[in-house]
Design a protein. Structure first.
Length: 255
């Protein structure tokens, strides 16, 4: 999983750019495979954690547990559909909160399936398989939605990027220097990469949770750790490149 995450984080598509007034000045605009970074999967993990928190409150809080339908002691209680908890436990063992909760490694799903027996909570094989499917689906689909939301709210969409490139005086070789033209070209890459990156990081995080990570860290934590290490390494590279002689910098491709 470390190798897969490292490869995905370092993969990128570079659009060539030239300056309209300074001849010979070139650059690139990188579009990373993980264009939306790790933020979408963090937001989705936080959303699922909130689902667990609120179902726990409606199940055990003295006041909230009396709320009709949602509360465990309220009128027309349907709390077992939202989430059931053992006495003193904060981890759900049934209901929607359990189906959408994080899977803690192969012991939670693969071992019971191989042994053709239920888990320690008495779940049947089809319930365990449904747990895996629901968790992976929510992490993947939710991260895709949050990726689109994140790109549009942080000025990383095609229209905003085209304006940024135009303000720097750069343009794509062979095309007119026009924000509309730039936007049309970027529309071929940024929206598809955004959706793909959101689904990809969600699937990676869910896959890491399914396999189990070193130190029982979550898949989201694994993505963050690898991302931070790579960003630190890239920053050190840039600082070293700035100290190089221009000839050496051009030789090593650090321009």
């Amino acid at each position: 999983m470390f190798l897969v995450v490292a490869y995905a984080e370092s993969s990128k598509l570079e659009l060539p750019l030239t300056h309209g007034k300074v001849r010979g000045h070139r650059g690139q605009y990188p579009i990373r495979l993980v264009y939306a970074s790790n933020i979408p999967v963090i937001l989705m993990a936080a959303l699922l954690a909130n689902v667990n928190m609120f179902t726990l409150l409606f199940h055990s809080h003295p006041t909230l547990s009396t709320v009709p339908i949602l509360g465990s002691n309220g009128a027309w209680s349907q709390s077992e559909w939202f989430g059931s908890y053992y006495e003193g436990s904060t981890t759900p063992h049934d209901g929607f909160a359990w189906y959408s909760s994080m899977i803690g490694g192969v012991s939670d799903w693969l071992i019971p399936l191989l042994n053709q027996q239920g888990d320690i909570h008495g779940h049947s094989l089809w319930q365990i398989m449904m747990h895996v499917f629901v968790y992976v689906f929510f992490m993947t689909a939710g991260s895709t939605v949050f990726a689109k939301f994140w790109i549009e709210t942080t000025n990383m969409g095609a229209k905003d990027v085209a304006k940024q490139i135009e303000r720097t005086g750069m343009q794509i070789p062979g095309f007119r220097k026009n924000p509309v033209v730039l936007e049309r070209i970027l529309e071929r890459y940024i929206p598809p990469v955004t959706l793909f990156s959101g689904a990809f990081v969600g699937l990676l995080a869910a896959g890491a949770d399914l396999l189990g990570t070193v130190g029982n860290a979550t898949g989201t934590g694994l993505l963050l750790a690898v991302g931070i290490i790579l960003r630190t390494y890239e920053q050190i590279q840039k600082e070293q490149a700035m100290e190089m002689h221009p000839v050496l910098r051009e030789f090593f491709g650090a321009d």
